[in-house]
Write a protein that binds this ligand. Structure first.
Ligand code: SAM
Length: 282
């Protein structure tokens, strides 16, 4: 008998993946967690039936959410990651010796425990001594914190269930307040292709535009995410991701990456016309 994982990418489109084994399933206070293995994508984690991380293509998402801001400001020392309990974002951040402290705010402790157990290559960085994990709602955390960060990475689920608050104007306003004067916020910004995702993207873009003077969108190709075409937001008070980017400086760090490189950095901010139009209308 064959076992398949299927996820609706729109009401009329499904993405399916042959499953070798289901390793874990649990309904937590916040969401349903599943871990499965597959021949094509290795071990993967889903939350409420949506793909979060797959061993084979996680490097694309995590390299793009981390190296783009890190290459624009070499003086980033204190980082806040909201969500990201799988550890993939932290794994890329701890590669920088210049980073002194990483606060990870993850709502669901089970996600962290499960990823440590079943996705050790993704979650390894969580044991780094610079990492401090808070099990809390990111919306409440930024509402109350008095700390300042040089970089905030919003590595959240989609804007439904526990992730909903991480797409609100209140949340972005508090991120702005929590950043140092030259701070950067990067967020996972959904897909432009299918209507449902595009609507979330437009709403988020409109809100970020209302808060940050500099706001740009960049893209990557992530095979396991809806349509494979995924966007990220870059927002700041001071830094422009192209004008303030110094390729030579980043290349001198000699970080070995599988997706990100400095030519791609310049190219990923060039958007297709239909995406520009969506954003202009936001
Ligand atoms: N790469 C992923 C994607 O775009 O599909 C995101 C993965 S990461 C596992 C998302 C994490 O955000 C989940 O572990 C989830 O528990 C966490 N999360 C959702 N809402 C949150 C909230 N309000 N505060 C903190 N963490 C939250």
């Amino acid at each position: 008998m064959e076992l398949w994982y299927s996820e609706n990418h729109s009401d009329d489109v499904k993405f399916s993946l042959r499953v070798e084994e289901q390793l874990y399933t649990k309904q937590t206070e916040y969401q349903r967690i599943d871990v499965m293995t597959s021949k094509e994508f290795g071990t993967f984690l889903t939350l409420d039936g949506l793909m979060m991380v797959a061993e084979k293509d996680e490097f694309i998402y995590h390299e793009m959410i981390v190296h783009v801001p890190m290459s624009v400001n070499p003086n980033i020392k204190k980082v806040l990651v909201i969500g990201g309990g799988d550890g993939g974002t932290v794994k890329q951040l701890v590669r920088y010796d210049t980073v002194e402290a990483i606060d990870l705010v993850e709502i669901d402790r089970d996600v962290v425990e499960v990823c440590k157990k079943f996705l050790p290559t993704v979650s390894a960085g969580l044991n780094d001594e610079r990492v401090n994990i808070n099990y809390e709602d990111g919306l409440k955390f930024v509402r109350n914190t008095k700390d300042k960060y040089d970089l905030i990475i919003v590595d959240s689920t989609d804007p439904f269930g526990p992730g909903e608050g991480l797409f609100t104007r209140e949340f972005y306003g508090n991120c702005y307040r929590t950043l140092s004067d030259d701070g950067i916020m990067v967020n996972q910004h959904e897909s432009p292709y299918y209507e449902n995702y595009a609507n979330s993207l437009i709403r988020a873009h409109r809100r970020i535009k209302g808060v940050f003077p500099i706001h740009k969108i960049y893209q990557a190709h992530i095979p396991t995410y809806p349509s494979g075409h995924w966007l990220f937001g870059f927002a700041s008070n001071k830094f422009d991701p192209i004008k303030d980017f110094n390729a030579e400086r980043w290349n001198k760090l000699r970080l070995d990456t599988k997706y990100y490189n400095t030519e791609l950095h310049m190219g990923c901010f060039a958007l297709p016309n239909y995406v520009k139009e969506l954003l202009d209308n936001a």
